[in-house]
Structures are given as structure tokens and as C-alpha cells.
Ligand binder design. Structure first.
Ligand SMILES: [Zn+2]
Length: 83
């Protein structure tokens, strides 16, 4: 085995490992979804079905497809009069 063969082999393995690593990162990336979901999630506003106030989704309570600002309004249920 010549010196050149050894070098070509080494480069081949480095390229292969780099490609494997790139693929691994590409397919693993959904576990750290910073870029794609940044527009969508963290502070989505929802409307209280009882009083109509808007509040962040993570502070709202949901039941039966409706959102509520508080436990009291959840118990009252959706406001029927205003619709
Ligand atoms: Zn409310």
C-alpha cells in the first residue's frame, strides 16, 4: 500500500463520517425545533369563550374546544348571549 492510497482511504473515511454525521443531524433536528416553530407556538393568543379576553395559550384553560381565561369562566362555559 502506497502513501497515496493511505491518504485517499483516510479522506474517504473522513468524507463518509462527515456525511453520516450531517445526515444524523438532519434527521435528528426535529427534537430541537427552534427555527421552524418559532413563528407558530410559544405565545399563541387564544380568546376566552366567556368574557372574550385574549390571553397566551399557556395561561389559558381549555375544555370542549373552547378556551377560558380562568377556572371560574371555565365553569360558566361559553357565553351564549353574545352570539
Ligand atoms: Zn374569561
Amino acid at each position: 500500500m502506497t502513501k497515496l492510497d493511505a491518504m485517499v482511504r483516510l479522506l474517504f473515511w473522513i468524507a463518509l463520517i462527515a456525511a453520516a454525521f450531517w445526515f444524523w443531524r438532519k434527521f435528528k433536528s426535529p427534537e430541537a425545533p427552534r427555527r421552524d416553530n418559532s413563528l407558530d407556538s410559544p405565545l399563541k393568543m387564544v380568546r376566552c369563550a366567556q368574557c372574550g379576553v385574549h390571553l397566551p395559550k399557556d395561561r389559558a384553560i381549555t375544555r370542549g374546544g373552547n378556551w377560558y381565561c380562568s377556572q371560574a369562566h371555565l365553569e360558566k362555559g361559553p357565553d351564549e348571549r353574545q352570539r
